[in-house]
Design a protein around this ligand. Structure first.
Ligand SMILES: NC(=O)c1ccc[n+]([C@@H]2O[C@H](COP(=O)([O-])OP(=O)(O)OC[C@H]3O[C@@H](n4cnc5c(N)ncnc54)[C@H](O)[C@@H]3O)[C@@H](O)[C@H]2O)c1
Length: 357
């Protein structure tokens, strides 16, 4: 973690107009192409250098993608223009082990990204990373542990990402929880649990990711980076007996707008994507604890006799007649990354269910 400032600086020094090199921190390097003090780094470094020893601070291997940096076997895709908007960029997705997060992870990797799956469920995150690396035949993902409500844990996760890849181009704050309940009955404990993950967690992640992005931008002043909060359609319209959730999501829009105004000076854009319901994800469709089963059991949908009846009732509330999925959300993320003239926005992805005023 002592390399927290140096590796992003190197990623910034190798900026090619879209992104920098992957920078892998290591204990030491034999015969480095450049050996210098920290003070000399910016003046002595030239593009194309692949190994750097910074006296007393650490050693760094550089490459086009992770495998290229570590052992010179690059399989990096050569993509330019619109299709290359996220290619070989370093992305972090919190809560990426399942649900929307997993869908976002898969879609970003399909677009050529190196993705860190940061989750409290570290076994799930690592298992998914292993599966994706095997599928790709190259290193495209890592699983890392994080509890977004714990500042030390967030700092450690950011340090691990930076030590492994040299920086963060896109940070997706997706980890979120829902506990529904009447305002007359909800316990303070449940209210605080939801607020801590959905609202405070986004603050803590932004607090520790933003300085890394600032360091990457410093050499060129042209290195755009993105922080995206996955909020909800409940960030745009109140949700009956679901105030803790909707409040935390409305609140995150306030944070997004405020952070966007501040971080624009570092070329860091901050936006939020507001998805509709992910009916095929575990929150709704888990056969034991999913909302469809719960709503069937509690008779919330009049006349519904099966889980399918409950599902159809909710789908019918969406003009586009289906739930949202990770790919729908990723399209909005890619728009935000590609768009260099917008920040602080809340982008609905709701199949027309909630429209902006
Ligand atoms: N599912 C939906 O219908 C829906 C709709 C709109 C918005 N959203 C939002 O999308 C995001 C993902 O929702 P989902 O339904 O896919 O969730 P999910 O419950 O399926 O997955 C959430 C993931 O986050 C992880 N997580 C939970 N608390 C964490 C913490 N403190 N630190 C780190 N990781 C933690 C979990 O381990 C899990 O892998 C949330 O922010 C949610 O509010 C969901």
């Amino acid at each position: 973690m002592k390399t927290l400032g140096i590796a992003p600086l190197l990623r910034g020094l190798t900026f090619d107009g879209e992104k920098g090199d992957i920078v892998v921190s290591c204990e030491t390097i034999e015969n480095p192409e450049l050996s210098c003090s920290l003070d000399e780094l910016e003046t002595k470094f030239t593009k194309g250098v692949r190994s750097v020893l910074v006296e007393g601070a650490g050693a760094f291997q550089l490459g086009e993608d992770y495998d290229d940096a570590v052992n010179g076997t690059s399989n990096a895709r050569k993509v330019t223009g619109r299709a290359g908007v996220i290619n070989n960029k370093v992305c972090v997705v919190t809560g990426g082990a399942q649900g929307f997060g997993e869908g976002i992870v898969r879609a970003l990797i399909a677009q050529g990204a190196l993705v860190f799956i940061a989750d409290m469920n570290v076994d799930g995150a690592k298992g998914l990373a292993d599966e994706l690396n095997k599928e790709a035949g190259r290193t495209v993902a890592f699983g890392v542990a994080v509890n977004v409500t714990d500042e030390e844990s967030v700092l450690k996760m950011v340090g691990e990402v930076v030590d492994t890849a040299g920086g963060i181009d896109l940070f997706v704050s997706n980890a979120g929880v829902l506990k529904a309940g009447s305002v007359k009955e909800m316990s303070l404990k449940d209210f605080e649990f939801v607020t801590d993950v959905n609202y405070v967690g986004f603050f803590l992640c932004t607090k520790h990711v933003a300085p890394v992005m600032e360091a990457m931008n410093k050499p060129s002043g042209k290195y755009f980076t993105d922080i995206i909060c996955i909020s909800s359609k409940s960030a745009l319209e109140g949700s009956n007996k679901n105030g803790a959730y909707a409040g935390s999501k409305f609140g995150s829009v306030g944070l997004v707008q405020s952070f966007a105004k501040e971080l624009v000076t570092d070329n860091t854009k901050v936006n939020t994507v507001c998805p509709g319901n992910f009916f095929d994800g575990p929150l709704w469709s888990d056969p034991d604890r999913g909302l469809f089963v719960q709503y069937l059991t509690t008779g919330k949908v009049p006349g519904a006799e099966t889980v399918e009846d409950v599902k159809r009732f909710y789908e019918a509330q969406v003009p586009m007649n289906r739930g949202c999925d990770g790919e729908d959300v990723t399209k909005a993320i890619l728009y935000s990354v590609e768009q260099k003239y917008e920040t602080g926005q809340a982008i609905p992805v709701t199949g027309g269910q909630v429209m902006l005023n």
